[in-house]
Ligand binder design. Structure first.
Ligand code: LLP
Length: 378
């Protein structure tokens, strides 16, 4: 399935992006969202490769950005400003000003302190900032502790108990317009119960708010839909249908309310693989190491989160053997997989590390003075 004959022209390691997978994913996503009148914002943090961003922007979805740099990249790729949301616990003044100047759709505000700064900067510019309050729903997404975000102990969002104070604060801020509530419970979530729990939490909160005559136009439930890392060929497109159905069946939207999503991983993960060349097959006393030219600098997820990625030798059809697949970086954690079954492997073979389209290329670093990975989009 990989166009291996083209791969000799690109220097390894590189990210290979399969346009067909991405476009099929986008087509299904936009069709299912369109049928329900749901609004999608692509979480740029998952992959900001300019060519990938352009393809996603062309599908008509909006963008979810977490920095001024991401807003700039999104605008350059063709996402309209009126479909950009801007989140993050630490927005710098210049980033807020840049977002105001570009008249983005909405700031997802994470604290009372941030709200005060947005009011001050909007006042200076004599403009009005549209904002959603990011509520910390205190829901355990049962995913990796580093990518759970909706618990009280996490730094994200405003605890429900503190919302009343923030609502009164907004009364005194003429340059702030409250248009929404925002939630996000975590990432790589495959258990739909977690999203159902979020819906119920939002329903309770909206009931309480309606007693105070507070109703917002937009509900943003963040992202987090997981993908199949075990079998990307069987499930190249995540189950958007079941995911949307959870919201359709469990969330009580009030009259005229619009529902927004910020999906990252589920859009780009399966279209990308990291392609790397085997430098050595090193025999040690107890095992064999396949040493490849990609390292944790190119794909940090296994080292950082003990994340599993399927690994395949795409140039050998020999009988399978057991290897540890490791990179060249001077860290023991620079390991892509232990006890991996690969077709018998030799120096010069090409290895594909699958499901690497999300949080792969964008998290690359230059540790050990290495070059950043290249890419090939076909
Ligand atoms: N919205 C907010 C507020 C977020 O914090 C995130 C991801 C998303 C949306 C998009 O979530 P997604 O649909 O991609 O799950 N580097 C980690 C993942 C970090 C996710 C951070 N927030 C990884 O490689 O697994």
């Amino acid at each position: 399935m990989f166009p291996v004959s083209h791969f000799n022209q690109t220097t390894t390691p590189f990210y290979y992006y399969d346009k067909t997978v991405l476009n099929n994913t986008l087509a299904k996503l936009t069709r299912l969202a369109g049928e329900r009148d749901y609004h999608i914002h692509y979480a740029v943090k998952a992959n900001a490769n300019p060519a990938i961003l352009r393809l996603i922007a062309a599908s008509g979805v909006g963008a979810d950005c977490v920095s001024g740099g991401e807003i700039k990249a999104a605008l350059e790729a063709g996402f309209p400003a009126k479909k950009i949301v801007f989140a993050g616990v630490g927005k710098a003044d210049w980033e807020i000003e840049y977002a105001l100047d570009n008249k983005i759709f909405c700031f997802n505000v994470e604290s009372a302190e941030e709200l005060a700064v947005i009011e001050e900067l909007a006042k200076k510019k004599e403009s009005i900032a549209s904002i959603a309050l990011r509520v910390n729903p205190n829901i355990d997404a049962h995913t990796h502790e580093y990518i759970t975000t909706g618990l009280t102990e996490n730094k994200f969002g405003i605890p429900v108990e503190m919302l009343d104070g923030v609502f009164s604060q907004i009364q005194n801020y003429p340059h702030i317009q409250l248009i929404g509530l925002h939630f996000h419970i975590g990432s790589q979530i495959l258990n739909m119960e977690a999203f159902a729990a979020l819906c119920k939490r939002i329903n309770r909160l909206q009931d309480e708010l309606s007693k105070q005559n507070i109703q917002v136009k937009h509900i943003n439930v963040g992202g987090g839909l997981g993908v199949d890392y075990d079998d990307p060929d069987k499930n190249p497109i995540p189950d958007f249908e079941s995911y949307f159905n959870v919201f359709q069946h469990n969330l009580n939207l009030r009259g005229g309310q619009q529902l927004h999503f910020e999906l990252g991983r589920s859009i780009v993960c399966q279209c990308g693989s990291l392609i790397t060349k085997v430098l050595y097959v090193k025999k040690s006393l107890t095992k064999q190491f396949v040493i490849v030219d990609a390292g944790m600098t190119d794909l940090i997820r296994p080292a950082l989160y003990q994340a599993y990625h399927r690994i395949e030798n795409i140039t050998s059809d020999m009988e399978k053997r057991l290897y540890d697949v490791v990179g060249p970086i001077c860290e023991s954690s620079d390991c892509f997989g232990k006890d991996v079954m690969l077709n018998a492997t030799q120096r010069g073979d090409l290895i594909a590390i699958r499901s690497a389209g999300a949080y792969g290329e964008i998290m690359a670093s230059q540790y050990n003075c290495r070059a950043l990975p290249r890419h090939l989009i076909e």
